[in-house]
Design a binder for this molecule. Structure first.
Ligand code: S3P
Length: 177
């Protein structure tokens, strides 16, 4: 099994938080969600951070939290969907553990985000098109950051967690083509 932390990356709606919590429980590791850390520290929702500080301000805070968590050990970290936009974040995560890309198709991402108004980047007239655009742009970055790629989809959380654990144990690339 890998040393260091396990960083989960992937799009909004890929299930990073749900699967991360389940994975941490199975591996008896501590679970941390970077968005949640930011909300606790600032005392306001993610959307409010975007409103007052812009996406740039949010990314700066996100980067600081990822760097701080990377210095720890034995964590399962669910990152925000845009964490991989920063080359520094991608490098820091790869250098301090195993990065797992939870990959999902646009349709399931849309199903899981369409009724949720907490994500500022999807507060647009056409959130589905925005999600598609983000997926197109970010998929190569998730692949670049990841040691392991695991498809999430219609399968149960337990089954995806099982796949992640198997890939971590074997040190293989999971569902990567
Ligand atoms: C974002 C994803 C969100 C949150 C913020 C920005 C993104 O996290 O960090 O709204 O850029 O994709 P989740 O991926 O947990 O929804």
């Amino acid at each position: 099994m890998a040393q260091g932390n396990i960083f989960l990356v992937g799009m909004m709606g890929a299930g990073k938080t749900t699967l991360g919590r389940a994975l941490a429980q199975r591996l008896q590791l501590e679970f941390v969600d970077t968005d949640r850390v930011l909300v606790e520290r600032t005392g306001v929702p993610v959307a409010t951070i975007f409103e007052f500080e812009g996406e740039e301000g949010f990314r700066r805070r996100e980067c600081a939290v990822i760097t701080e968590l990377a210095a720890r050990d034995g964590l399962v970290v669910a990152t925000g969907g845009g964490a991989v936009l920063s080359e520094d974040n991608r490098r820091v995560m790869r250098d301090h553990g195993t990065v797992v890309y939870l990959r999902a198709r646009l349709e399931s991402l849309w199903e899981r985000t369409r009724h949720d108004s907490s994500r500022p980047l999807l507060a647009t007239p056409d959130p589905r098109a925005k999600l598609a655009e983000l997926l197109d742009h970010r998929d190569p970055l998730y692949r670049d950051a990841a040691h392991i790629v695991v498809d999430t989809g219609a399968q149960s959380a337990a089954s995806v967690v099982g796949k992640v654990i198997a890939a971590l144990r074997e040190g293989v690339r999971g569902d990567a083509a």
